[in-house]
Design a binder for this molecule. Sequence first.
Ligand code: 26W
Length: 801
Amino acid sequence: MPKVKNELLDSISQHIFYTLGKRVDTASTYDFYMALCYAVRDRMMELHLNQLNKSENTKQVAYLSAEFLIGPQLGNNLVNLGIQEEARQALEKYDLTLDEVLEKSEEPGLGNGGLGRLAACYMESLSTLEVPAIGYGIRYKFGIFKQVIADNQQYEVTDNWLHGGWPWELAYPADTRTVGFGGKVEHYTSATDGTYKSRWVPSQIVEGVPYDVLQVGYKNGCNKLRLWRADAKDIFDFGAFNQGDYLGSVEESVRSETISKVLYPNDGTDAGRQLRLKQQFFFVSCSIQDMLVSLTKRRVPVTDFPDYYTLQLNDTHPSIAVAELMRLLIDEHHLDWDTAWSVTSKSIAYTNHTLLPEALEKWDVSMFEELLPRHLEIIYEINERFLQVVRLKYPGDSEMLSKLSIICEDGNKSVRMAHLATVGSHHVNGVAVLHSELVKSQLMPEFYDLWPHKFENVTNGVTPRRWLKSCNQPLAEVLDNAVGPEWVTNMDILRKLEEQQDDSNLLEQIAETKLIGKHKLASYINNNLGVLVDPSSMFDVHVKRIHEYKRQHLKALEVVIQYLRIKNGADYVPRTVIFGGKAAPGYYMAKQIIHFINCLAEVINSDPDMEGKLKVVFLPNYSVKLGELVYPAADLSEQISTAGKEASGTGNMKFQMNGALTIGTLDGANVEIRDLVGEENFFLFGKNEEEIGKLQSDGYYPRNFLNHEIEEALNLIRVGHFSHGNQNIFSDLLENIINYDPFFVLADLEHYVSVQDTVSANWIDRENWYKKSLTNIARSGFFSSDRSIKDYCQKIWKIER
Ligand code: 26W
């Protein structure tokens, strides 16, 4: 294996010269950024190709996800390779600072939110733990839209992230796969063994070109992401061109390339668009073909597939994999049904990330008939054999049959992808203890009754490298000094901090690191939004996708109540309330909430009565890059979803690791955070999942939860106080809360406001606050994605590390 001998400094100059074709003395900062990326990639390629040899015949994890929200790469790769200082010194030689070069980092927005970022954290931990793995996904040309806030509203701008080229990807055209769509299925009797055979004859053929992106671990391990780009088989139709039909000549390639053109910006609402299903089948078929070809190349019989690959479905988005693996094993590798089924069901496992009915994917049978006729046949066969098992277990129970069936008969027939995933998987897991219980009791009680052994829990986690070591270096150094540097790969060591919780010096150091983070964010806010915020005020942060169940409008109403109190002369412990998050473009109420928050901020920030007391900021275009600036700066973490709705949350874990205290409901992983840090170190409010369930079933009348203050606040909004007197702008939002309130905002508001007052009282006693902060950091080890991956290895993938 070639060894990268020369120093980073030389590599940079060589890449500027040979790779970029520039002279060092005329190179721009962007050229140095690109050259440094290539130099770092060289070192990662060494690790990766060496690792490949070692892991040749060990079982690999194939993590199939429609989203990988990997964030900017350079900073994290320098930290994980342990060459950040070397890079800083090399750039100094060219009078450049590392920060100004890192600023050039592009963010590949190949995901919407939680699910996509979790996949990225898991890829980093799989490498760090040296678990052989491949992340299979889609190389979207346009990622998640850029959010622009104009006249207090969200506007979406295309994310042309690849415009300047992206140094972290490497194309492998030799591994191009072909994927079919549409057409028909021919049935014939095989001449060789006389068995009944099927042959799919697609009407459209698309090529999948793989681009590999290395994902380096901390100080060792380097797996890859393989992202597929769709390309036309025949990219140009000369015949059409010769007839002057120029559009016709490129029509086929446009149709094909469209498949990987753009990420669907919905975070939890199934669009049900045909192109979405084409995207899902495209990357799943390319990926499974890729694995089968690799086995064939290694002369491994496909019947041994489960010994070489364990497939994890990141929600139902890749669940067509169950039918596609069956098709390839039966139609192309000529296995009989039972053998193919045992290979398939031994190889696949499925993770559920949401209980929201509108997020559960159901594809019309008609769409399958048109797009994937052979797969529909296979799904019918899978379902028929499955229902045989159900009939045996629940004889004569037709209701059980219809509840469990993969095919939903009511309305226009549809394929329930969660059912297909569950029937075809050896394990189904939720992403937090409460969520996994609700998957069993609410989402799939019939499946749980049928197959209790299949259901597992693996609580989410986040990588401490990007979300602490890399984005909060002041705190990382304090931790290095306090408990030694091993915490980065063994977060349980942080428990040792508790022995020093009375060390006022250590508490001051932690307070100091928080202040550094707040100053950095404050200057970002001032430079980009022109709003002056006071770093000595409490930074109260609510950043995540905008969704009614995440209840950004609950926080906004609490702010209106505090605003009214201040206007009425009440004292107020100074706070800066910081919001951030994108709304799915078609999600009207979420956009209303963004509009309201920005109008609220405008009025409050220009009101002299609020000076030194309350400021409100909405950070546009919230992303991984912005998250790295926000988590180190937060004092209070808002995790206020309606109990039973947030599957886990992962931002909550990032805030905890960075010493923020949480105000939250007993929802998702908040429950486990509170159990670990202790109720005295967590600000709990609101009704729990059972109480919400009872309120729902007993009949919920939001007006019953109005008190004087809440009425005053709602009235202030109604009269247009935050909308220049225009009374209609927020009438839909108000109407929704007062008459329907599907996420029980009014049911929890009074308690929420009183607990926020408790938070203010705690904030005043700074030493006590930082004791709680230290305890939160000390007990954040469980929420490392390394622990999650170890759980998957032990509980689901059966991989001995
Ligand atoms: C079909 C449209 C669609 C798109 C995305 C449906 C569902 C999704 C995702 C499952 C939504 C998502 O990101 N869920 C979040 O997953 C995180 C990682 O497990 C959890 O921490 C969050 O609680 C959950 O909302």
